[in-house]
Design a protein around this ligand. Structure first.
Ligand SMILES: Nc1ncnc2c1ncn2[C@@H]1O[C@H](COP(=O)(O)OP(=O)(O)OP(=O)(O)O)[C@@H](O)[C@H]1O
Ligand SMILES: [Mg+2]
Length: 252
């Protein structure tokens, strides 16, 4: 089905339960090309689940997702093709420990997308250089710092030249001094026009880079808006409480 929408990503009335528990409750969310949208909210509010439905790591019970005009929630969708265009990066890096950085990055393009090795290597080396990882192509992940490993995971996601990047708390496992280098990459990707949907607890960063913030509460988007509005004058009591707690914890 083709959407009558101009949005690059258009999530409509999306719901999902695990057993008796409703985890996503009629989510509606639209992203234009080049948008950076942050999902914020308490632990368990459904941020990861929502991200995972967008590249079909999770099935949905009802509702639809349209990506670049095509419905991607149906059975007919080629998941390999979809994940070439919609890449996801996780909190825990998920690099293959027994493979070099270069192999980690080129595996998808070579094996899944049939890119010639030479070309895949060349592209990977360019991306590594762009993100300050030149010289790291032939080491294994355990020879890198956490921040470097996460940057490699981002490079791996970029290697398939995606149009949409899903980032799930990608700085949460990092020591504070390594967070900045990963956030710098996201800034650069935003400046280069990448469309990004991310879950984050880095409120200051969310405020700085986002075009829109969505506050999730018990599986619903309770409130959304531009960062200055959502952080500056939240309308819903639940949003106010959440931001109050974040502020008290010194994270805003
Ligand atoms: N595979 C699963 N089976 C059953 N319940 C699940 C599963 N995955 C997630 N849940 C439940 O779904 C709800 C939403 O989880 P989700 O991981 O999306 O939250 P989150 O907002 O990403 O939280 P956090 O900030 O802690 O990462 C939680 O109540 C969680 O326990
Ligand atoms: Mg999560």
């Amino acid at each position: 089905m083709t959407a009558t929408t101009d949005s690059f990503l258009d999530i409509r009335e999306l719901s999902k339960s695990y057993g008796d528990s409703l985890v996503l409750d009629r989510i509606n969310l639209q992203l234009n090309r080049g948008a950076v949208v942050c999902l914020i909210g308490s632990s368990g509010s459904g941020k990861s689940t929502l991200l995972r439905t967008v590249n079909r790591l999770e099935s949905v019970d009802s509702g639809m997702i349209f990506f670049d005009g095509q419905e991607i929630t149906g059975h007919h969708v080629d998941e390999n093709q979809l994940r070439k265009r919609i890449a996801m990066v996780f909190q825990s890096f998920n690099l293959f420990p027994h493979m070099t950085v270069l192999k980690n990055i080129t595996l998808g393009p070579r094996v899944v997308h049939g890119k010639p090795t030479e070309e895949a290597n060349q592209h990977a080396l360019e991306l590594l250089a762009r993100f300050g990882l030149e010289g790291k192509a032939h080491v294994r992940p355990d020879q890198l710092s956490g921040g470097q490993q996460q940057r490699v995971a981002i490079v791996r996601a970029l290697a398939s030249e995606p149009d949409l990047l899903l980032l799930d708390e990608i700085t949460s496992a990092l020591d504070p001094e390594l967070v900045g280098e990963v956030l710098n990459i996201i800034r650069e990707l935003k400046d280069s026009g990448m469309t990004i949907l991310m879950a984050t607890h880095e409120m200051g960063f969310a405020r700085e880079v986002s075009t829109k913030i969505c506050f999730l509460d018990q599986g619903s988007i309770l409130e959304e808006g531009p960062p200055e509005q959502l952080f500056g004058s939240p309308r819903q009591p639940r949003t106010q409480q959440f931001l109050q707690r974040i502020t008290e914890a010194g994270r805003l």
